[in-house]
Write a protein that binds this ligand. Structure first.
Ligand code: NDP
Length: 240
């Protein structure tokens, strides 16, 4: 029987590409999204993939959403924690709400989804969790103390949970994308973006599909020996 995957923030950008790639690999995929119903409707019309709305940062909503997916589609074998937001600003101008909202959704969302799905994976002795971090969680970024802290937290979360899942056949890995051509990056002012692209050795932004293929590998049967790792997919912008 096909594995069942849920991709948070799966209706747009990188998440959409991940959904399509997993589906093409024979996985039964559903997407979650936060609030943009129109984008979700367009996504389902275009891909045929079901989309479920809940706020990943809401612990109860994530638990209920995952239970609904399990009931309607099947036990969840694969979770891709991709949903993320930015609320950029230098520290002295950043509000507590902007700090908290980014931590709540970007990092809290990973906890909430894992709480809902990891126990079942352990019981069934197979699971894949892939968390989408960021180059800015590895290297830091001016004007992003909230985002960089949340993404850096994802990398620690990944290594800790990987240790808890290893004996039970559940792998937990992270991808750290560099700058990818999506709505999130379209929000970066053009002059800033030009400076960023000038620092990318391959000389261009990444494509969502290039992240998706890496996720696809980490979710595959063949990737059972890869756990606790962070794969950088960033055009060589940050190497360590
Ligand atoms: P987009 O802004 O294009 O899409 C974000 C997705 O997340 C949407 O589907 C959105 O749903 C969903 N989402 C937002 N908030 C919530 C929430 N509270 N609950 C559920 N879903 C939510 O983002 P990208 O595709 O660019 O980014 C995807 C991931 O990759 C993010 O985690 C981002 O931080 C990370 N990343 C992106 C990079 C880039 O260059 N683009 C670089 C490094 C990391 P809705 O449509 O309803 O708003």
């Amino acid at each position: 029987m096909a594995r069942v995957a849920i991709v948070t923030g799966g209706t747009r950008g990188i998440g959409k590409a991940i959904c399509e790639s997993l589906r093409d690999s024979g996985v039964t995929v559903v997407a979650n999204y936060g609030g943009n119903d129109q984008a979700a409707q367009n996504f389902t019309a275009e891909t045929g993939i079901k989309a479920y709305k809940w706020d990943v940062g809401d612990h109860e909503a994530a638990a209920q959403g995952c239970a609904k997916v399990a009931e309607e589609v099947g036990d969840i074998d694969i979770v891709v924690n991709n949903a993320g937001i930015t609320r950029d600003g230098v520290l002295h101008k950043m509000s507590y709400d902007d700090w908290h909202e980014v931590m709540r959704i970007n990092l809290g969302g990973c906890f909430n989804m894992a709480k809902a799905c990891f126990p079942g994976m352990r019981e069934r002795k197979w699971g894949r969790i892939v968390n989408i971090g960021s180059i800015n969680g590895q290297a830091g970024q001016y004007g992003q103390v909230n985002y960089a802290a949340a993404k850096s937290g994802i990398h620690g979360f990944t290594k800790a949970l990987a240790q808890e899942g290893a004996r039970a056949g559940v792998t937990v890995n992270a991808i750290a994308p560099g700058y990818i051509d999506t709505d999130m990056v379209a929000a970066v002012p053009e002059p800033v973006l030009e400076k960023i692209v000038a620092k990318i050795p391959v000389g261009r932004l990444g494509q969502a599909g290039e992240i998706a293929r890496a996720v696809d590998f980490l979710c595959s049967e063949e990737a059972g020996f890869v756990t606790g790792s962070t794969m950088s997919v960033n055009g060589g912008q940050h190497m360590y």
